[in-house]
Write a protein that binds this ligand. Structure first.
Ligand SMILES: [Zn+2]
Length: 168
């Protein structure tokens, strides 16, 4: 456990995000081994259109539009890092915080686990299990490691495109 805290920018990026998800992020920053910040919370429709147009997002039903998702970025010292193995450490902290807060969370690198609280094992294992499943189906895994969203239950209208085949 280290002494990390959310920056004022991170706290600003949490504005408008659902309180239960904010609670998990605030819990995770106290538990994480790897520092992180919140780079995106609520997204406007215009920004989502841009992201889809550029290929950075696959859906116009992003859960960022409704305040149900956050993107977290790892920091090593003061520098942001996209190194994947740092993100499963954040996911481990998010899992622990989700259990503490009693909130179901899904991670963008393990879409086959709709609620990370019930995954037994590390989140690295969860990601590898998702990747193996996709490959066994001859599909490319869709890894969005910075992304965390509130749990999805079947029949929710805001299920992202890349989720539908899993929940079908
Ligand atoms: Zn996201």
């Amino acid at each position: 456990m280290a002494d990390f805290a959310l920056s004022s920018r991170s706290r600003k990026n949490l504005e408008g995000v659902k309180p239960e998800l904010v609670a998990v992020v605030k819990g995770a920053i106290l538990l994480t081994k790897v520092d992180f910040g919140v780079i995106e919370g609520v997204r406007t429709l215009d920004r989502q259109k841009e992201l889809v147009a550029s290929g950075a997002s696959q859906t116009m039903k992003s859960r960022h539009l409704t305040g149900d998702a956050v993107d977290l970025m790892c920091y090593v010292g003061s520098r942001g890092s996209w190194e994947l193995n740092l993100y499963d450490d954040i996911a481990d902290a998010m899992k622990e915080a989700a259990i503490e807060q009693g909130v179901g969370i899904c991670w963008g690198a393990a879409w086959t686990v709709p609620d990370i609280r019930v995954w037994e094992g590390s989140m690295e294992d969860a990601m590898n299990s998702y990747i193996d499943k996709r490959r066994s189906e001859g599909r490319r895994p869709f890894i969005d490691a910075p992304h965390f969203q509130l749990e999805i239950s079947k029949g929710v209208s805001s299920v992202p495109e890349h989720f539908k085949h899993i929940l079908a």
